[in-house]
Ligand binder design. Structure first.
Ligand code: SF4
Length: 62
């Protein structure tokens, strides 16, 4: 499973980065990104939670 952030939609609120720093980081444009291309199994639930957490729906899990 992988999670991606639509940088056009992200409002840089910090929710995902603060809640799941093991998955998300801010890039140099202050937009969130998920550097890992494939999440390890133990982070899959966190990845799904992050999708629900984002107030603008910028995070997609696939
Ligand atoms: S929760 Fe959504 S809007 Fe907030 S920083 Fe993360 S991706 Fe961006």
């Amino acid at each position: 499973m992988r999670v991606t952030v639509d940088k056009e939609v992200c409002i840089s609120c910090g929710m995902c980065v603060n809640t799941y720093p093991e998955i998300f980081k801010f890039n140099s444009d202050d937009k969130a990104e998920a550097p890992e291309t494939e999440l390890p199994k133990n982070l899959e639930n966190a990845g799904h939670d992050a999708v629900d957490l984002c107030p603008v729906g910028a995070i997609v899990a696939e």
